[in-house]
Design a protein around this ligand. Structure first.
Ligand code: DGI
Ligand code: FE
Ligand code: FE
Length: 179
């Protein structure tokens, strides 16, 4: 992968381990999932498309932004080529871009670290970093909100798992507040 992407990966590793320590996650799994999360990010899209078709990954991915593909393809490749067989780690890689309903603590840590690693600089990133000081779900919600806004502005489709992930986080946050 290009140097810039590798620096991003190292930023995600550092941030994921910090978040694991802060929120009681498994730091070794956070480290591994973060290290591998963008494994196929720089692969040619036709190579990813072939894997999605031939390995029966969700065909629905092909109808949405290609930016989503590397997460599912990456999880498949690190299992097949590198023998990573920890399902929690593979899920955190697989859902790091879209999110999903009922995200695990590890899913959330990797997804949030990807949003807020030190090299990230997009409108709203500081709000995400501030929330991440004390509330993982609220920080992640701010991340998905910014992605959804970005996709709407660009006239792109939203992968359904992202909508489900956001709704689920809102529900969790509301329930926590009402207790
Ligand atoms: O791989 P990275 O650039 O580090 O980050 P990522 O894996 O979170 O990919 C983010 C990109 O994916 C971002 O430009 C938005 C794009 N994207 C396209 N469609 C969707 C989407 N992201 C989400 N969460 N949901 C979508 O439907
Ligand atoms: Fe990614
Ligand atoms: Fe990333």
């Amino acid at each position: 992968m290009p140097d810039k992407r590798w620096r991003h990966v190292l930023g995600v590793v550092e941030t994921a381990v910090e978040l694991a320590d802060r929120f009681g996650g498994d730091r070794d799994k956070a480290w591994l999932a973060a290290l591998l999360h963008d494994y196929t990010k720089a692969w040619p899209t036709d190579k990813m498309e072939t894997i999605i078709r031939e390995q029966h990954l969700p065909q629905e991915l092909l109808e949405h932004d290609k930016e989503l593909w590397h997460a599912h393809v990456g999880a498949w490749v690190v299992r097949q080529e590198h023998g990573i067989d920890d399902e929690e780690v593979l899920d955190a890689i697989r859902y790091h871009t879209s999110g999903r309903e009922r995200m695990t603590l590890l899913d959330k840590i990797v997804c949030l670290a990807d949003y807020m690693e030190p090299g990230r600089d997009f409108p709203g990133v500081n709000k995400i970093r501030e929330r991440a000081q004390h509330n993982l779900d609220e920080a992640l919600l701010a991340g998905f909100d910014s992605t959804i806004q970005f996709l709407v502005e660009k006239g792109k489709t939203i992968f359904p798992l992202t909508v489900l992930a956001r709704n689920d986080l809102l529900r969790i946050i509301r329930e926590n507040k009402s207790i």
